[in-house]
Design a binder for this molecule. Structure first.
Ligand SMILES: [Zn+2]
Length: 109
């Protein structure tokens, strides 16, 4: 996926039924392997990189949106795809989905 950030949220794995915190890689915010937990602000974090990359788009002015996230169940190791949800600039949780046709897909909430 190139550079990304990590978004950690509890999910119930559809394959094994385990309920654990899962780390999802997603292109949200300044992409520098930052770790976000539910409730954290995702926009306007200072960049530690000389040439910052920002996702899903540098022109993002709307504070509520979703982007694709890819995680792995810590118990059975299946891939878990999700929408990573941002409300008013804060990471609020994830919603499991099928594997998307386009992993760079995103939209406003
Ligand atoms: Zn599982």
């Amino acid at each position: 996926m190139g550079r990304y950030n990590e978004f950690i949220a509890p999910v119930k794995c559809p394959a094994c039924g385990g309920a654990d915190d899962v780390m999802f890689q997603a292109l949200i915010g300044v992409l520098q392997l930052d770790e976000f937990r539910v409730g954290d602000g995702v926009l306007h974090r200072p960049s530690t990189m000389r040439r910052p990359q920002v996702g899903p788009t540098v022109t993002l002015t709307h504070d509520s949106f979703w982007a694709r996230g890819l995680g792995e169940c810590p118990r059975c190791h299946v891939d878990l795809w999700a929408k990573v949800l941002v409300q008013e600039g804060r990471f609020v949780g994830v919603e499991l989905t099928e594997e998307p046709a386009d992993m760079y897909d995103w939209g406003y909430l």
